[in-house]
Design a protein around this ligand. Structure first.
Ligand code: NAD
Length: 499
């Protein structure tokens, strides 16, 4: 067990500045209107730094810098860009603890996640796209003896990226790595709840990129996000966030006729067929973990398995095992490596989750465990902690249909395969899903029949860089990760050449 010192106390791996400006053209630049907003840590509920409050003027300055940098960066060779991306990956790895602690302090998620998952995944994404861009080839076809058609990949130019607060660094890297590999310059707007860790990251890696290739403007959605997403000087907007915001982003993009990538909300079903309890073995243990661990890591994951569908014949047995297992999850200081559940990212999010817990109770769903704010005590008394909560009810209740984005799982039962699939697909969303069965035919068929972009079969929650990720239905447009992402950040040039 390691307990990392809190930022601002002796021995801490991170020292946040008292004030952060925007990062534009490789420099720290004060907001044009001179305004700042507080950044609060969910760990203690206290403000720890202030951050520039961006407006349209700052977005224009960032776009100026990006446009100045884009032509030269776009002309670098894939090998040169790959070298830069690999250096960034190495630098992040060398500073893993500092970045992980900064992310935990900013977002509230336990350091065991940021150290072992979020930041190592970010490293791997840079390495993956460094390799991918070197392996990418164009196409050539001979039309006749005299004429050849060449197809080249060219960068889009300057792109906008807007990210949420739930994986501040990883969501930024999912977008930055392919965009940079493809030769674009970027203006990025972090979420207003969690800007600081990305700024710490750029203190560490900023010098590895030519000035202006990545520019960061902080601020709120309507003040800084909209002027970026609706700007005529970007050639693409990539967005991760709520479905309602995604609709607005799509409208802005259609005005400017630019492509969008939208990674939006989810209400992922996690299906447990009756054969999972056939033996008390490693498979059954893994299935129980598939119910608990990934749902209750604050639940602030777009693919959180927030609806558990259990076959009627095993519901009592399965719940009899997973409820105590949920109660045994360690919740506490997010900087303690033993902690499994940390704090919710913001006070708004805390209140939203608690209001949904009330809605579940009012709707008559049964609380099997949890059901309120968690009291961690001590210096964490004002932090944003919620008890891991399990409800039992039916799929038309609001807690089954609306994204809560907290450590709340709504459980219902199904009779047979058709019933399971009908409940699983009875949702506006289609982002993630889980299927657990020892029967390969059932597992495969359910994986194919569920309307979601990612289905984990007999596992849950891996996000490898080489597996495409994205939503069906109201969960989004386009994909992230995988080689195909390069196409999303490139355009095709065709030369028809006669000799
Ligand atoms: P949000 O939509 O409120 O905010 C996301 C970002 O958009 C923030 O940076 C915000 O400032 C900005 N924004 C808000 N209004 C804007 C506007 N009008 N124009 C431009 N920018 C605007 O979402 P959130 O609450 O930060 O994030 C949680 C949501 O993100 C959840 O719904 C979750 O499911 C989703 N999410 C999806 C994925 C995925 O890959 N599909 C991944 C992580 C999170």
């Amino acid at each position: 067990m390691t307990v990392y010192a809190a930022p601002g106390t002796p021995g801490s791996k991170v020292t946040f500045r008292s004030r952060y400006e925007h990062y534009i053209g490789g420099e720290w630049v004060a907001p044009k209107l001179g305004q700042y907003f507080e950044n609060v840590t969910p760990v203690t509920g206290k403000a720890f730094t202030e951050v520039g409050r961006g407006t349209a003027e700052d977005i224009e300055a960032a776009l100026d810098a990006a446009h100045a940098a884009a032509p030269a960066w776009g002309r670098t060779s894939p090998a040169e860009r790959a070298l830069v991306l690999n250096r960034i990956a190495d630098r992040i790895e060398e500073n893993l603890e500092q970045i992980a602690v900064a992310e935990t302090w900013d977002n509230g998620k336990p350091v065991r996640e940021t150290l072992n998952a979020d930041i190592p995944l970010a490293v791997d994404h840079f390495r993956y796209f460094a390799g991918a861009i070197r392996a990418q080839e164009g196409r050539l076809s001979q039309l006749d003896d005299d004429t050849t058609a060449y197809h080249f990949h060219e960068p889009l130019g300057v792109v906008g990226q807007i990210i949420p607060w739930n994986f501040p660094i990883l969501m930024a890297v999912w977008k930055l790595a392919p965009a940079l590999a493809a030769g674009n310059a970027v203006v990025l707007k972090p979420a207003e709840q969690t800007p600081a860790s990305i700024l710490v990251l750029f203190e560490i890696i900023g010098d590895l990129l030519p000035p202006g290739v990545v520019n960061i403007v902080n601020g709120f959605g309507l003040e800084a996000g909209k002027p970026l997403a609706s700007n005529k000087r970007i050639r693409k907007i990539a967005f991760t966030g709520e479905t309602t915001t995604g609709r607005l982003i799509s409208q802005y993009a259609s005005e400017n006729l630019i492509p969008v990538t939208l990674e939006l909300g989810g209400k992922s079903p996690n299906l447990f067929f009756e054969d999972v309890v056939a033996q008390d073995d490693a498979f059954y243990d893994k299935a129980q973990e598939g119910f608990t661990l990934f749902a209750f890591n604050q639940g602030e994951v777009c693919t959180c398995p927030s609806r558990a569908l259990i076959q009627e014949s095993i519901a009592d047995r399965f719940l009899g095992d997973v409820v105590p297992r949920t109660q045994a999850i360690i919740q506490g200081n997010p900087l303690d490596t033993d902690t499994q559940v940390g704090a919710q990212a913001s006070t708004d999010q805390l209140e939203k989750i608690l209001s949904y817990i009330d809605i579940g109770k009012q709707e008559g769903a049964e609380v099997l465990t949890g059901g309120g704010r968690a009291d961690i005590g001590g210096e964490f008394a004002d932090g944003f902690y919620v008890q891991p909560t399990i409800f039992r009810g039916h799929n038309r209740q609001r807690i089954f249909q609306e994204e809560i984005f907290g450590p709340v799982v709504a459980v219902t039962t199904f009779s047979d395969y058709d019933d399971a699939l009908s409940i699983a697909n009875d949702t506006l969303y289609g982002l993630g899903a889980g299927v657990w069965s020892r029967n390969g035919n059932v597992a495969y068929r359910a994986g194919r029949d569920i309307q979601a972009g990612r289905v984990w079969v007999n596992n849950y929650h891996a996000y490898p860089a080489h597996a495409a990720f994205g939503g069906y239905k109201s969960s989004g447009i386009g994909r992230e990760n995988h080689l195909m992402m390069l196409d999303h950040y490139q355009q095709t040039k065709n030369l028809l050449v006669s000799y």
